[in-house]
Design a protein around this ligand. Structure first.
Ligand SMILES: [Zn+2]
Ligand SMILES: [Zn+2]
Length: 146
């Protein structure tokens, strides 16, 4: 009995040597979201990022079909305090993101937030140039006083 085997296994002969400026490879948490974009902006702490958040965020991204600009994901308590975040901010639990809405109209924002709510983003906060969504268990909606 003989199995058909490929004659040669092509090793990547044309491997181009690229100069990389970044020392670490980009670690993806889902198809479109990297660990770094959902990490704390202090750049020092190890982030806590909820799997549920990532899954729902990816669903949102898949349905809306365009890229999302994350202003803030996880925040360590220290950084959260430094930027004046709410003491028990959902960001410190790794279940929240703030997404930029610069250039979005009211229709787009409304469609997007309706979709987010239907996907289980129970916490929704609206500011003039971004919105906050989180995966808390009990629904809450608010507007930021800016
Ligand atoms: Zn931090
Ligand atoms: Zn937020």
């Amino acid at each position: 009995m003989s199995k058909t085997q490929p004659k040669t296994i092509k090793k990547s002969v044309n491997k181009t040597t690229r100069k990389t400026t970044k020392s670490a490879p980009i670690e993806m948490l889902s198809r479109n979201f990297s660990k770094s974009e959902l990490s704390c902006n202090c750049g020092e702490c190890e982030p806590i990022i909820s799997d549920i958040l990532v899954t729902r965020l990816q669903s949102l991204r898949d349905i809306c079909g365009h890229s999302l600009s994350i202003n803030s994901g996880y925040r360590c308590p220290k950084h959260n305090k430094a930027i004046g975040g709410a003491p028990n901010s959902m960001h410190t639990k790794g279940i929240a993101v703030d997404i930029s809405t610069s250039g979005w109209g009211a229709d787009k924002l409304h469609r997007f937030l309706s979709l987010a709510f239907s996907l289980g983003f129970n916490g929704i906060g609206i500011a003039s140039n971004y919105f906050h969504i989180d995966v808390r268990s009990v629904a809450a909606m608010w507007k930021y006083n800016e």
